[in-house]
Design a protein around this ligand. Structure first.
Ligand code: AOF
Ligand code: ZN
Length: 367
């Protein structure tokens, strides 16, 4: 028999499980970042979240921590438990074996190996399942995984830092500070929660960025760095190619001999992913990244790349930092041939914050 839980407690415990799972964003890919909490007699007796690289799954970790206390308890989990024998045995079986009486979950897992089979397995074994609670926040937490599983491409966030006169840089000046330190710190937090960052080859040439996450503790993780190059001609001495976290080049062309030597020397840390076509480069690049298990991608510039993805309708979220500084005549326009207001028309604002003197707005593509 399952213990009786007052229904409003369901929302509170499930919200905690979703929040817990979110901590694994940026390190669980290709798997979803799932959170799970075991509750017995109103007390939390086990907690778990998807481990680095996706295993063990969240439920397994939470059940392990709960041990015998799981018997007759309730499991709150941010995504339908899996039903397949993959890299680990099915979580649904582990839940039944642990004697859990009731499972509360928001949404089903669209992975065809799961998709309703987890729920069916649990119910067939006599476990009560409550689904649909907090579906919206769960979809939000799993947006990367859900997008890759259903569309075959990552969920795409585009970050833009704009001056008051809508510039994103100064011609010939490389990387310049448009936003202040608090906004730049937030960008590092954003980086720690995505699986990959992408820049255009122009940005690599102009800025020679590191694109790492330099935060302490839990957030000290750097995503895969990727560079999109239509021509395949790249500066071989770029910092990103020489050291640091993994770097992937996406190009319809093949690497130069010098680049190939560098790739061989870096023993897997530098990869060249050749696109299948020279047309639809943004869509091709996303398909490749999706096939490589990237759930969430952060686009970090520059102007050409941002506008190519926006025009192709491939940006799901726009993260806009607006600084009060003026760059003047020499500024590089945010978009080569459109205004910022035209480009953001298909989006609606969902979050507004301030980072010191800079305004931050998060927009989602309107459905
Ligand atoms: C869960 N909880 O914490 C995770 C799940 O390669 P495998 O065996 O790890 O299987 C990958 C699939 O497992 C993935 O597509 C998704 O359906 C599920 N991931 N499921 O219940 C978890 N990480
Ligand atoms: Zn599982």
């Amino acid at each position: 028999m399952s213990e009786a839980q007052p229904r409003d407690l369901d929302s509170r415990f499930l919200a905690s499980a979703i929040r817990l799972g979110r901590l694994s964003l940026g390190e669980a890919a290709p798997n979803p970042a799932v959170g799970a909490i075991v509750v017995k007699d109103g007390a939390v007796v086990g907690r778990g979240r998807t481990a680095i690289g996706g295993r063990p799954h969240a439920e397994t970790a939470a059940l392990l921590e709960a041990g015998d206390k799981a018997r007759g308890g309730t499991l709150y989990v941010s995504l339908e438990p899996c039903a397949h024998h993959g890299r680990t045995p099915p979580c649904a079986d582990a839940i039944v074996a642990a004697g859990i009486g009731r499972v509360v979950m928001p949404i089903r897992d669209p992975d065809p190996r799961v998709d309703g089979k987890g729920v069916a397995k649990l119910r067939a074994a006599g476990v009560e399942v409550r689904e649909g609670l907090l579906a919206e926040p769960a979809r939000d937490a799993h947006q990367g995984y859900l997008t890759r599983t259903t569309k075959g491409r990552p969920y795409v966030l585009l970050k833009l830092a704009l001056s008051a006169d809508e510039g994103i840089g100064l011609t010939g000046h490389g990387q310049i500070a448009i936003t202040g330190p608090l906004a730049r710190r937030h960008v590092q937090v954003l980086r720690s929660r995505v699986d990959a960052i992408l820049v255009g080859a122009g940005t690599l040439r102009a800025d020679d960025p590191l694109l790492t996450c330099r935060l302490p503790g839990l957030l000290a993780r750097s995503p895969i760095r990727s560079v999109l190059s239509r021509s395949g001609v790249l500066p071989e001495h770029a910092k990103m190619f020489v050291a640091g976290p993994d770097t992937w080049v996406l190009s319809p062309k093949s690497p130069s001999l010098v680049m190939q030597e560098l790739i061989d020397a870096r023993d897997g840390a530098l990869r060249w992913l050749q696109l299948r076509a020279e047309s639809d480069v943004p869509a091709e690049a996303l398909a490749q990244l999706g096939a490589c298990g990237v759930n969430t991608l952060l686009l970090e510039g520059g102007a050409q790349t941002a506008s190519a993805f926006l025009k192709a309708g491939l940006v799901d979220e726009l993260l806009l930092f607006r600084s009060p500084i003026l760059l003047g005549e020499e500024r590089i326009a945010a978009f080569p041939d459109s205004s910022v207001s035209d480009m953001i028309t298909p989006f609606r604002a969902v979050e507004q914050r301030h980072f010191g003197p800079d305004d931050f707005t998060r927009y989602k593509r309107a459905a």
